[in-house]
Design a protein. Structure first.
Length: 431
């Protein structure tokens, strides 16, 4: 049964319905008891109000991370513009460990200058000062950038609020479906459709520089792997062999794709040179080998195989081609996503026909459950390793995305108001 499930997922993915493309709406579940309390004061705007409330965007970003507890807007009793305006006693009474504040001034009708400051309430000193020249339409992006800098300054880890999400939706269109490959901000805002097709779209994956997406399309009837340039919209066909063309993943240097092909009659792992399309076969086994994932050093690949009787995760050295089994706990382990430091694997972990997202700590070989669903899939690590994005269903059977912190203390539901969404992929850190 599990071999059949593995092959079905490989070929077709999950089928789902959606009425129309819409923005993802986020709900924060749970909370981290050790989250740091921070006050983000409303920005003082000299001139016409901005379309987007920058302070509120920063509050929401920090709260979604699970590492911060942003004080509510109703508690923002002051709007300081300089350190001399800060009454640290007031913010200490409100329970804030940190205070951020800023002001916005217009350079001309279209350009603004944002001045931002971050202070430690306990130490009563400034920690960070930024001045951002922006087009006024970039206020939202500027807020994400500020949230990233706050996160990094306090936690010494890059923030991921300026990153993007790629995912797939499908809309019922008469008797057919309309599939879309969509890219949106990390908070679900501003979805943009890159590809629309009457046939399924699967497995989007980001290049390391965030400038391209590889994905699987069935537009020509059989599966094929395409490469899409996000800035120009140019699309390149990479593989369209007879049989399965699936599960593309970029190498850390962006020069190769790891893919699953069944052109020899059996699904095997290959690497494909991006520039000359030269193929190198990596596995050669009677079992189903699929879902490759690069190790951070680019020297090996993790992949899913049922060569031991049930789907488990293996690792293959790209030079020697030696294969070793990685997972042993559970009846089913598949679809590995590796953390940036290589210490963790997020995976679909199955027992008794229940499939959840689990975290394998490789140094200790211990498994921690991250999700509570029964048919969770497609984990994708955030580029700072602090959260895992995956697809699941709610109690009403609606497909949605979840982002869960690696300590499982905080999760965010990313839901379409009138449909379903699957196949998530988190972008790298973007410049």
């Amino acid at each position: 049964m599990q071999r059949i499930l593995l092959l079905c997922l490989l070929i077709t993915g999950f089928v789902f319905n959606q009425k129309s493309m819409a923005q993802l709406n986020i709900t924060i579940d749970g909370g981290n008891a050790s989250a740091l309390p921070i006050a983000v004061a409303d920005f003082v705007v000299s001139g016409d109000p901005l379309v987007h409330d920058m302070a509120e965007i920063i509050r929401n970003d920090l709260a979604r991370s699970g590492q911060f507890r942003a004080l509510g807007k109703e508690l923002m009793v002051d709007k300081p513009r300089a350190d001399a305006d800060i009454n640290f006693g007031t913010w200490r009474l409100l329970g804030a460990d940190y205070l951020s504040y800023g002001d916005v001034s217009y350079v001309d009708a279209n350009r603004i200058e944002v001045r931002f400051r971050l202070s430690s309430v306990a130490e009563q000193k400034q920690l960070l000062a930024l001045t951002l020249p922006l087009n006024k339409t970039q206020a939202r992006a500027g807020a994400h950038y500020i949230a990233d800098r706050i996160y990094e300054k306090i936690l010494n880890t890059p923030g991921v609020f300026s990153t993007k999400l790629a995912y797939v939706t499908a809309a019922k269109n008469g008797a057919d479906f309309k599939y879309q490959l969509i890219v949106a901000d990390s908070d679900g805002y501003g979805p943009q459709s890159l590809v629309t097709s009457k046939e399924p779209l699967l497995s989007p994956t980001w290049s390391p520089d965030g400038k391209k997406l590889a994905y699987v399309s069935f537009e020509q009837g059989n599966s094929a792997i395409y490469l899409q340039d996000l800035s120009t919209g140019a699309r390149t066909l990479m593989t369209s062999f007879k049989g399965i063309n699936g599960a593309p993943k970029f190498s850390p240097n962006g020069q190769r794709l790891a893919v699953t092909l069944s052109k020899s009659g059996n699904p095997e792992i290959y690497t494909l040179n991006i520039f000359n399309k030269q193929l190198t076969q990596i596995t050669n086994h009677w079992g189903i080998d699929t879902e490759p994932e690069w190790a951070p050093d680019g020297q090996s690949l993790f992949f899913t195989s049922d060569r031991g009787g049930k789907p488990q995760i293996y690792e293959v050295d790209l030079i020697s081609k030696n294969v070793k089994r990685i997972t042993f706990e559970g009846d089913y382990n598949a679809r590995a996503s590796v953390s940036p430091d290589g210490k963790y694997l997020a995976m679909v972990h199955g027992n008794n026909n229940r499939y959840q997202i689990a975290l394998l700590h490789r140094p200790s070989n211990t498994v921690q459950m991250l999700s509570q669903g029964s048919l969770d899939e497609t984990p994708s690590f955030a580029p700072n390793g602090a959260m895992v994005l995956y697809a699941t269903k709610n109690n009403a059977g609606q497909g949605l995305l979840k982002a869960v912190s690696t300590d499982a203390q905080t999760s965010n539901d990313l839901v379409l108001s009138n449909g379903h969404v699957r196949e998530p992929s988190w972008s790298p850190l973007l410049k």
